[in-house]
Design a protein around this ligand. Sequence first.
Ligand code: ATP
Length: 205
Amino acid sequence: MFIIGLTGGIGSGKSTIAEHFSALGVPCIDADQTARDVVQPGEPALTAITQHFGPEVIQPDGTLDRRQVREKIFADPAAREWLNNLLHPLIRQRMVQQCQQAQGPYCILMVPLLFENHLQSLVHRTLVIDIDEATQIRRTMLRDNTTEEQVKAIIAAQCPRQQRLALADDVIQNGDEVTATQRQQAVYALHQTYLQLAAQHQSHG
Ligand code: ATP
């Protein structure tokens, strides 16, 4: 399976662009969803977390109380490290598995923190959704009902725009200057490129 790593800063439009690829029949795997999947009831990771943090991290319906966990690791670096060491390999493994099981010549793996967490080795090519900071802030504030300060703090903790662009194989612009038609054309052109690259990848074994 040929894997495209789709990334970009908060509110850049990753989900929006992934939907365009989905509409073309390309399987899209969302790392955030995988991260939730590995702690579903019945998963070994949930049992390990319950044993480590206590039954208070489980909600009455049996699902993980993410807020409780966040509070527990907030001021406890050792607990945070323990949790990351447990979950990160599991999430990586599950993402790879989901990509291998996907149907089609190539798939999109949507990973918001692809560069920040040095996960490029999981993918064959990277696609960055790029947006100017002012639009990014405005859209995120609107979507999440947060303040400018909160959005700016998240942006500051992520990979800087220029660095992300320097690491990208491909870029889709998603600012207000790009029309819906132009965006769809950009997705379609990349889709053609990825089909060709996937065919080459397959023929080289
Ligand atoms: P995150 O990683 O923060 O979840 P994301 O990169 O997946 O975000 P989206 O949720 O796709 O970003 O987009 C952020 C917001 O901007 C959404 O409310 C979306 O509807 C809106 N949006 C995305 N692209 C455009 C566009 N081209 N024009 C106007 N609004 C857009």
